[in-house]
Design a protein around this ligand. Structure first.
Ligand code: FAD
Ligand code: SF4
Length: 823
């Protein structure tokens, strides 16, 4: 009979250990139950830095989605904290007092942010003072982004890896960032003072102010943060404080439960807790041979050993500790550090190269002919080779300088060949050279394909060159170009123009027909379905053959799915205009269906949040208003200002024009969502300059049309497409632009990327001067549009409005919470 394996902690180590266990046939041996205190699936914590910077979307950092847990029959409890382990009853107890029995238990609770004692950091009964954050979880990151956006000056306490990342990330949201570090130089745990000084220059060149040798003693400000005070009496004004002063293993649960805890949970070479044969600890919460680790590379090794041990795949498996070679990108600067950072014996040999201007510093320390330490900053091209020499203790070239420079020292190819199979190439995702070679030998011949198959290079990106070298070496020079970069969707090997031509010639009218005809071996690819459905609907209008499973849930039920599995419903209010009658009906529906939150959206609509899936048809019927298309990849809203009739400044009737545009193009599918605005004068109250398409009334009754604007994580003022004389002309050019975008943009490519890619001059040529059938094709699409709300009365599939499992529980009436799930 399968044993009960319980894992506390669904972070990087916990989930990886389970993956390794499954890889070794563990599904037959164990019924796995996992608990994660965070209300999410498993994500790559390293990439929170990218989320903070805005270069990565939250959705891109998840490692295993809910389907993975379901497919592997893992009973996952997200948002559930375990509070006690009863070693004698062999159960774990969660915060609601529920017990879960185990035969084998893995503790993978990671670390907590270390917060030094600083006066004023907390407010009694309220947690952190308003404006103070730590940097550890998605929720920390979200909170920081929201708050920082509305403020101007941040102080980051801590000049280590995390502090640097936080400082760099915050720069995307506010103009002034100061980094305050108590040691004499940055990243003092990894770098010597000289390297620290060079890093400081690189960081200052990014516009971050750096104060070293400065201990923060007090957070200032009554209702919210207004500054920090340093030990020497200096104060720094700020309205955001991020404490990134280090981490502490999260071992309180283990300690409370009577396990042996020093700095972390004490484990032996099989990651077993002392005197507890069936309880293990892995990752940052574990202490092995006196060491705790704060980087992912060691925990990948631990996960492998623990999986070998638990499944019996290797009864002799033992973890002997990790030699920490760090290779990462910190605040955009490449850093690699291993072993000693400074010589500590008289006969230690050193080679140091420093080029301050370029921000490059490289040093190696050699003892008894072996590499015992290396630091690379700014140029880490030799990191692979040095990590190898450091790990294996291999003999070094007589001319030591060759360790750093290509004076005939091993070139890239030799480096790839010489690297041990077990060498970790991608630290972020724990991918070894062997895994990359295996992927190539299994027939993957492109660097991108290997990255998809193994995740190598999909973290901080600092190993991409080495990954490419290994792929090249393993493929014996037969690397193929990554054509997939130009494909419209990943599952069909064709760029958009060729794909459209083929679809037209072969008359493929449904998603499954496209897969059958054009996908390699006719294989359906879930990631490609939505993009294809959108393209086919655009191309074939009412001849398109709709298949429900090709749609995203929002598109299937015409509402916006929220984190707890409920939906939000946004009735249409063209141009943001409504009537007392509509408002009364919305209020009645909110009462009748106990809608927990009614919220104004940024697009001038009213959002009913928290509607149960099975209530959707009745909600629609009672509202008797069309959907506001606040979901899906389609034309959404036209925001308008009050315009000419009411405003003293208006020179054009923005409201009427906005309503006319919305009426004409409502619900049209597009490669990404489309938000528009019309504003009655250049004061721009409807924010038209930063919309996918924005119309601005100017003197003389004329209208300017801007395209490719954005006001999200990325801010861009739209480019002026044309200035026209009449509202009709605005509608005509809007239709042409939308149609051209629908026909030529890649799937999920927003207009702010599309417009610069095509170029505004070219867009003017094809849209203003030579529309070539765009008007006609748009007309056909409009004629084919059907009001999806009708499905409320006659569901398209039996399960369309059947209840689905909740994703997470949300508080019911967050009346005091200012933010809501975004659209
Ligand atoms: C912003 C940031 C950037 C980083 N950058 C890098 C980098 O570039 N390179 C690198 O190597 N490392 C980096 N790290 C460190 C790396 O993320 C960690 O080493 C790694 O996440 C540790 O994995 P873990 O599973 O031990 O802990 P975690 O990933 O923290 O997972 C622990 C999980 O356990 C859960 N948990 C805790 N207590 C309980 C309980 N009682 N019940 C249920 N669940 C519980 C927590 O909610 C958490 O989700 C970074 C970390 C951060 C925060
Ligand atoms: S944009 Fe101009 S017309 Fe419209 S509300 Fe603002 S000031 Fe008035």
């Amino acid at each position: 009979m399968a044993k009960k394996l319980v894992v506390i902690g669904n972070g990087m180590a916990g989930a990886r250990t389970v993956e390794e266990i499954l890889d070794r046939g563990g599904a037959d041996l164990f019924d796995v139950t996992m608990f994660g205190a965070e209300p999410y699936g498993n994500y790559n914590r390293i990439l929170l830095s990218n989320v903070l910077c805005g270069i990565e979307d939250e959705s891109g950092i998840f490692l295993n989605d809910m389907d993975w847990y379901a497919a592997n029959r893992i009973d996952l409890h997200t948002g559930v904290r375990i509070t006690r382990i009863d070693r004698f009853a062999r159960t774990v107890v969660d915060e609601l007092g529920r017990t879960t029995p185990y035969d084998k238990l893995i503790i993978a609770t990671g670390s907590d942010a270390f917060v030094p004692k600083i006066a004023g950091l907390h407010r009694p009964g309220r947690g952190y003072h308003q404006g103070v954050f730590t940097f550890r979880t998605i929720d920390d990151t979200r909170g920081m982004i929201r708050y920082a956006r509305e403020h101007r000056r941040a102080v980051v306490i801590g000049g280590g890896l995390l502090g640097l990342e936080a400082a760099r990330g915050l720069q995307s949201h506010l103009p002034h960032v100061t980094l305050v570090h108590s040691a004499g130089h940055l990243m003092n745990a990894q770098l010597d003072p000289q390297a620290g000084a060079i890093l400081r220059r690189s960081v200052e060149a990014l516009g971050i102010e750096v104060v070293t040798g400065a201990r923060t003693t007090e957070i200032l400000g009554k209702d919210a943060v207004s500054g920090v005070k340093l030990a020497d009496g200096r104060t720094i004004d700020c309205d955001v404080v991020v404490v990134a002063a280090g981490i502490r293993p999260s071992a309180a649960l283990a300690e409370r439960s009577g396990l042996d805890v020093e700095r972390g949970i004490v484990v032996d070479d099989q990651l077993r807790c002392t005197d507890e044969p069936d309880i293990y600890a892995v990752g940052e919460c574990a202490q092995h041979r006196g060491e705790t680790y704060g980087l992912v590379a060691p925990l990948w090794e631990q996960a492998r050993v623990l999986a070998d041990h638990l499944t019996g795949a290797d009864p002799d498996a033992a973890y002997h500790g990790s030699r920490t070679a760090t290779k990462l990108k910190v605040a955009g600067v490449d850093v690699a550090a291993m072993g000693l950072k400074e010589p500590d014996r008289d006969d230690d040999e050193t080679v140091v190269f420093a080029e301050r201007r370029r921000g490059v510093y490289q040093s190696v320390i050699i003892r008894d002919g072996r590499l015992v330490g290396a630091t690379l900053l700014g140029d880490v091209s030799k990191a692979g080779y040095l990590v190898q020499a450091f790990d294996r203790g291999s003999p070094l070239p007589e001319e030591r300088i060759r360790l750093l420079f290509d004076l005939g020292a091993p070139d890239a190819e030799t480096t790839a060949a010489e690297l041990a199979d077990s060498a970790q190439v991608c630290n972020c995702n724990g991918v070894t050279k062997q895994a990359i070679v295996d992927a190539v030998q299994a027939g993957v011949r492109t660097v991108g394909g290997v990255a998809d198959a193994t995740r190598a290079g999909k973290g901080c990106g600092s190993c991409k060159t080495l990954v490419a070298q290994i792929v090249e070496w393993a493929a014996g020079g037969e690397v193929e170009e990554d054509e997939s970069v130009s494909w419209y969707v990943p599952g069909i090997p064709l760029p958009k123009p060729e794909l459209m031509t083929t679809i037209r010639n072969m008359e493929l009218k449904s998603v499954s027909e496209v897969f059958a005809a054009l996908a390699p071996a006719g294989a359906e690819d879930a990631r490609s379905k939505m993009g294809l459905a959108s393209l086919l609907r655009m191309m074939w209008a009412d001849e398109y053959v709709d298949e429900r499973d090709a749609r995203f849930i929002n598109d299937r039920v015409h509402a916006n799915i929220q984190r707890d599995g409920t939906f939000s419903v946004v009735p249409q209010m063209k141009g943001g205009v409504t009537t007392p009658h509509q408002l009364r009906r919305i209020a009645d529906v909110a009462d009748k269906y106990r809608v927990p939150m009614v919220k104004l959206t940024g697009g001038q609509r009213i959002d009913l949040l928290g509607v149960r899936k099975e209530d959707l048809p009745a909600v629609w019927a009672d509202l008797d208003m069309p959907s506001g298309y606040a979901y899906g990849k389609s034309f959404r809203t036209v925001k308008t200002c009050v315009g000419m009739d009411f405003c003293r400044f208006g020179v054009g009737d923005s409201t009427t024009l906005g309503i006319a545009i919305e009426s004409r193009f409502q619900g049209l599918e597009s490669p990404a969502k489309l938000k528009l605005a019309v504003t009655g004068c250049p004061r721009n109250c409807a924010e038209a300059y930063v919309k996918d398409l924005g119309v601005v009334a100017v003197d003389g009754g004329r209208w300017e049309i801007y395209v490719g604007g954005a006001a999200g994580a990325h801010v861009r003022k739209g480019d002026l497409l044309a200035t026209v004389d009449t509202a009709d002309e605005v509608i005509r050019l809007t239709g042409r632009f939308l149609q051209y975008y629908r026909e030529h943009a890649n799937w999920l490519e927003r207009t702010y990327a599309f417009v610069p890619r095509i170029g505004i001059e070219r867009l003017r040529d094809v849209i203003v001067d030579d529309a070539d059938g765009l008007d006609e094709r748009m007309r056909a699409s409009i004629a084919a549009h059907r009001d999806p709300w009708r499905e409320g009365a006659a569901p398209a599939t039996p399960g369309q409005f059947r209840t689905s499992l909740p994703l997470i529980s949300l508080p019911r009436v967050p009346a005091t919470t200012p933010e809501t799930p975004a659209h």
